[in-house]
Write a protein that binds this ligand. Structure first.
Ligand SMILES: [Cu+2]
Length: 476
């Protein structure tokens, strides 16, 4: 495919402001863009939260959204209810921590979060986003999300030390069918004209942005190694990330260093990396030869006959030899030693061969989206209770005709088989894609004593979650 360089018109990727706690985050209606937004320190740019293992995130979340909304949430006007979820973090699901069930702010109300990060927390990239049932999709489209970095990943992989680090947040921009700039935007991000996948819907409704910009430039030195920490904060676009001509050297997935369960596990080179909505990838990348130009792109994804269009597109241009005026942070060296979690191999082998302790089945029809035949409501009882201190084998079945990414709050799981076939590189994740007409098998880690109380698991296509594809789980 031919890429038209747009260098003269493009902006350089901008870094989000950084914050250490405590801080205040406001939810506001921004008349300049005509939709809701996060406001931090007087600007509509969500900050990157930095926290050390053993530290805490203290945030006052002030819902200043208007009582009457003109935005649409799952086919009805939004009520502008909001709250925060700290995606992937191994913290308590109870108030005042990562609680999306009882901590709910109506317009005019304030929530006080105090999230205690354990000292054994895997260091890596996490993220925060709003999680009000029936309104989460709209607020994610409105960009109400940001990155969280748990510091100290260099303890696991010293090769990232002193590399320049970029926190890259993928969000999306709507291009409605009647949008006059639609064709121009499609061209700008280089969407090819041919078909992509089996979806009946081939016209994309969204395109990716990177740190709020459409196809920005990422400056890098020729042959320079940089550490890129990428979160897919889109509510429904899958990414299959590729850096033209260069491998991605994967260091961590979903916030967890690859070696967290196995000190001998090295980084992994891949030519492209599939990142479902809510997933994260942290990788070392190498700048192209001087004066050349490559792109960070997402490849075409087959979301299934009932899925949305998810075409190939350019996310950013990666340019070496370009003057870089931005102040880019370098990964500092951490003093303390890494904490590893036991690999528990024998127990896991037995679990993998056992029949599932619990099966999640995703279904949908014209009236809604379901888990095990049930449509979520806030006053629902837990679908299941699990004893803290155990590992469980879960199977997630997707008999529908589209992809669904499975996510459970607070917990990482080992995704070891897809469609019944064991993976060559089983990874610990908090969000995993479930192929249409297929299944995934997972070892759930319910051993962390701080993860106690009522929580949820759901599909991370947020419109599906809003329409009922969520269920409660009680950790006791
Ligand atoms: Cu779904």
């Amino acid at each position: 495919m031919l890429i038209t360089p747009l260098l003269s018109q493009q902006g350089t990727v901008s870094d989000a402001p950084e914050v250490r706690t405590p801080f205040t985050l406001n939810a506001v209606f921004d008349p300049a863009v005509g939709h809701n937004a996060f406001s931090f320190a007087g600007k509509d740019v969500p900050p990157t939260i930095r926290v050390s293992p053993g530290g805490e995130i203290k945030v006052k979340y002030d819902n200043r959204l208007p009582v009457v909304s003109h935005e649409k949430c799952v086919d009805v006007p939004c009520k502008n209810i909001s709250n925060l979820h700290f995606h992937g973090m191994h913290v308590s699901p109870e108030r005042p921590q990562d609680d999306v069930l009882t901590m709910v702010a109506h317009p005019g109300q304030v929530l006080g979060y105090r999230v205690e990060v354990p000292d054994y927390a895997p260091p890596g990239l996490y993220w925060y986003h709003t999680h009000p049932h029936e309104e989460s999709d709209r607020q994610a489209i409105d960009g109400m999300s940001g990155a969280i970095v748990v510091e100290g990943i260099d303890r696991y992989y010293p090769e990232v030390r002193n590399l320049r680090e970029r926190v890259l947040v993928l969000r999306d921009r709507e291009i409605e069918k009647d949008d006059p700039s639609r064709e121009q935007i499609k061209q700008q991000v280089g969407i090819p004209t041919g078909r992509c996948g089996k979806s009946d819907e081939q016209e994309p409704e969204r395109v990716f942005t990177l740190n709020g910009q459409l196809r920005p430039l990422i400056p890098i030195g020729a042959g320079e190694r940089q550490f890129w920490r990428i979160v897919n904060a889109s509510p429904d676009l899958y990414a299959d990330l590729q850096l033209d001509g260069q491998p991605l050297q994967i260091v961590a997935l979903d916030g967890m260093p690859l070696s967290y369960h196995d000190p001998n596990r090295r980084t992994r080179n891949v030519t492209h990396m599939f990142v479902p909505p809510a997933g994260r990838v942290e990788a070392i990348v190498t700048g192209p030869a001087a004066g050349t130009h490559s792109t960070l792109r997402t490849r075409c994804i087959d979301t299934g006959p009932d899925g949305d269009a998810n075409p190939e597109m350019v996310i950013a241009d990666v340019v070496s030899g370009m003057e870089d005026r931005s102040r880019v942070r370098e990964v500092p060296a951490t003093e303390s030693l890494p904490i590893y979690k036991e690999p528990f191999t024998r127990q896991m082998e037995a679990l993998e061969k056992s029949s599932p302790d619990f099966t999640v089945t995703f279904t949908e029809d014209k009236k809604g989206f379901y888990i095990n035949g049930r449509k979520f409501s806030m006053d629902e009882l837990p679908m299941l209770r699990v004893r803290i201190g155990s590992y469980q084998h879960w199977r997630v079945l997707n008999p529908t005709h589209e992809l669904h990414p499975f996510h459970i709050h607070q917990v990482h799981f080992l995704a070891y088989a897809t469609n019944g076939v064991r993976s060559k590189t089983p990874d610990w994740l908090d969000t995993v894609d479930v192929p249409y007409g297929g299944s995934v098998d997972l070892v759930m880690d319910f051993t962390d004593p701080v993860i106690r109380g009522m929580s949820v698991f759901h599909c991370h296509l947020l419109s599906h979650e809003d329409k009922g594809m969520m269920a409660k789980i009680l950790f006791e």
